[in-house]
Design a binder for this molecule. Sequence first.
Ligand code: ARG
Length: 587
Amino acid sequence: MPVSFNLAADLDAALRAAAARAGWADAAAFVPEVRVADVRHGDFQANGVLAHAKARKLNPRATAEQLVAALPAELRPAYAITIAGPGFINFTLQPAMLLAWLREFDSAAKLRAGAAAAHAGQTWVVDYSAPNTAKQMHVGHLRSAVIGEAICRLLEFTGARVIRDNHLGDWGTQFGKLIYGYKRWADPAALARDPIEELERLYKRGNDATPEGSPELEEARRELVKLQQGDPENVALWRKFSDVSLAAFQQIYDRLGIRFDHHLGESFYNDKLDRVYAELADAKLAENSQGALVVFHDEHPRFSRNAERPNPFMVRKADGASGYASTDLATALYRREHFQADGIVVVTDFRQADHFEQLILTVKKWFAAKGYRMPEFHHVTFGAVTDEDGKALKTRSGDVIKLKALLDEAEERAYAIVAEKNPEVPEPERRAIARVVGIGAVQYADLSQNRSSNYVFSWDKMLSLEGNTAPYLLYAVARIHSIFRKAGGPGNEAAATPPETPAEIILARKLTKFPDAIRLATETLRPHYLSLYLFELAGDYSSFNNADKVLVDDPGLRARRLLLCARTLLILETGLGLLGLRTVQRM
Ligand code: ARG
């Protein structure tokens, strides 16, 4: 019998077919509602019979019995099937089936092939990180990068073609002041040493030198207009600002394992805005309001023209200038037309929720009016990064924490732990391990918390070897590698017998739930569901390790325990990889 990757989906299909086979009048309307069950009740539970029977005034228990009787015979050896309470159907995987599943999914490629059905054939554009140029990335930029990358990997794993697009903030009025400052006070040595630091200094200096109403401000505005009109000198400067910014960002991205396919910043859309204005006006979506072009959504309490404080979507400002809304509208169209996106994900903090709600409402109506296909469009939000007292994370002196410094500190702190635990490991390897553990700790601490909550940043917690942390999981991985080193190579999987001891069975059952964790994390675009699964898996592995000796003499027993080790390793490494973490072989 072929073994499916996602057993819950399999059972769902079997139950639907059984309803038809049982001759139910409206079998097509039956929703089995198969869920992963609490381990004490089994592996999967179908809850849908109850609602179905009740709505039709049937006896739920009898209906469930009918359904179970109509299940295909080949399901019997795979599951123990029981009916509980008023009509819940419980399925418990039998040891032979556990072994069959573990045998079948023996490589990352197999896991991926199993998961790929969810988004096969689809193209998704993921817009994340997206810092503003000419400024350093600080701790506030961490979450979008880390969460966005995990989402890209989950979408890819589930079959999508993913386009990673860094929507840089590379356009706006600040460039007038920066050019003004640059032309007067640029220090070539400082620019060579740390270009972004110098650009930040020049912007501050330019800003201080151009107070409201001053002739200096007029001059800065002229620099901006020149840039907008394509003056070669100012355009060259602006391009230089983008280039040095990107080079600095890339150093951070390298450390986080991020590679963008495109850096289509706001400026890229400058020549694509007129079409947006024209089409929105044409469709009678946008209207003139005191010289500006705006969109109201009257069905929405806050975006309606009758709202207490009207807050329309600002498509074009009264002075004719474009803004954040204008470029995001053009961006949506470009992603649909040029990339043929089936899905768009934009990752920013929750403070942009209103902007994206208005954007999505507007794009829906606009695309409907023009007959363009509307992609699935998700704004993925996250909370702030705070210290343990819930306050915005700052340095001791109260400054924002630069991302580079934060990652440096993570590696330093991890090094102290690694050096202490591994005095015999050569120095370069200790450094390499510390990089993986340190950066992984920062990524994982973010990804293990529900992204809607604030990310409470605590060095001690994230670097602890206990609890739901990267060091704990990475250590579990390293421990399994060490077992294989001791075993002198992989086990003889063909000789493996079905799991038997309680700890073996619990671990094997947990391994078969990986597909569900992937499904949940991907459907909700919430990586913490995968983190939680990996943490629980590592716990079940650790219980197994404490209860059952792996390297025993009995060949069948040794083979099956090594098989469990190998699959735990595979799924931990695959899962951590999907979260953007690297792993190590010893730690
Ligand atoms: N540059 C923006 C910021 O720093 C984020 C851009 C997100 N993407 C977008 N398409 N608006 O807040």
